[in-house]
Design a protein around this ligand. Sequence first.
Ligand code: NAG
Ligand code: NAG
Ligand code: NAG
Length: 356
Amino acid sequence: MIVSALFSAVLIHLLARLADLPIQYVIPGCVHGLPANVASVQSREEQAPLIAPSQWSFDPYPDKPRITFREDGSFKLTIFSDIHFGENPWDSWGPQQDLKTKGLMRVLLDVEKPDYVVINGDLITGENTFRENSTTLIDAIVQPLNEVKVAFSSTSGNHDTHVNITREEEILRETSVSPFSYTRLSPPSVGGSGGPGNYWVPVFEKDTDATPALVLWFFDSRGGVYHDGTHMPDWVDSSVAEWIAVETRTMDAVWGSPESRSAIAFVHIPPHAIQDVQDKLNSTTNAGLNADKLGRGSTQASGDPASSGKDSAFWHALNSNVKNLRAVIFGHDHGNEWCAREPTYDVIFCFNKHSG
Ligand SMILES: *[C@@H]1O[C@H](CO)[C@@H](O)[C@H](O)[C@H]1NC(C)=O
Ligand SMILES: *[C@@H]1O[C@H](CO)[C@@H](O)[C@H](O)[C@H]1NC(C)=O
Ligand SMILES: *[C@@H]1O[C@H](CO)[C@@H](O)[C@H](O)[C@H]1NC(C)=O
């Protein structure tokens, strides 16, 4: 597909649009339920079973700086999505697009000065990569982020896995070439076949706070092609639903009431429930480009009619376990940038268009 150097949703823009929707998008200050010393692995183990205790400590980033709000209580996220590095390396336009995307990232990072950056999937056009050097494209992607030393993390998209590349290889490369990456691999039993990119990142109001005010959730909607050329499922696996339940139970036990925390979720392929919403958009309240008609392959579990409904375990678990979920943000459908309220769970959906 042709990828042009347009930029996508910067969250400040997103927030402006969310404010037009009939809720107030507010990240509340944190009300601290429990003292700091409660936040130990010990209490986690007493309160909730762990899926893989040896792989998964409750403070996921003991060696990294905490992500925090600014002094004025604000927190700015910038999202890049579907940047598709490495497309058609044998032509001149592919490498040119990558240079333009890097230029755009540099300009936006300079103008926006975000507190955190999300790359929401399809970092690399995997089907155009070579076995011997496929993940070196990651080095180019993280360069603008490394230059300004901004914390970031990524989700994986359906193009991030193909014969010559896997999302796991991309994640390991990303974390090895950038100390600012907060991307993690799920515990081994979570994510289903080929979907290791499920994790969360705590954001604190103040560096000294015992508990986070905001949790950023990242999910792996898989899709793409395995090494042997067969297709990978295109939905968040049901093992992630169980994991969400365990993680949120543990958060509540260790950090206290979920009412004191907000959440935002990121996933590359939109949940299937978005499809019905598209027909009911109002161009005033759901402003933004709406150029991609959603159909087969546009949403989770839609590539093969036989897989219909397979993202519902994840979708239900996310909405029933994660309290104060402010928005679910996804890419994949490059021509869409609208937000809308999903009627079943009363949650805000947002497309983040594409930025590469
Ligand atoms: C995978 O990489 C090999 C080695 O560079 C290359 O010959 C082959 O064409 C690539 N395969 C695909 C499907 O891109
Ligand atoms: C990867 O290797 C191929 C051929 O082996 C080369 O044409 C291409 O430019 C290389 N790509 C990168 C990103 O180094
Ligand atoms: C769209 O929303 C605007 C603002 O709320 C409202 O005035 C208008 O009637 C709506 N249009 C339709 C077709 O519902």
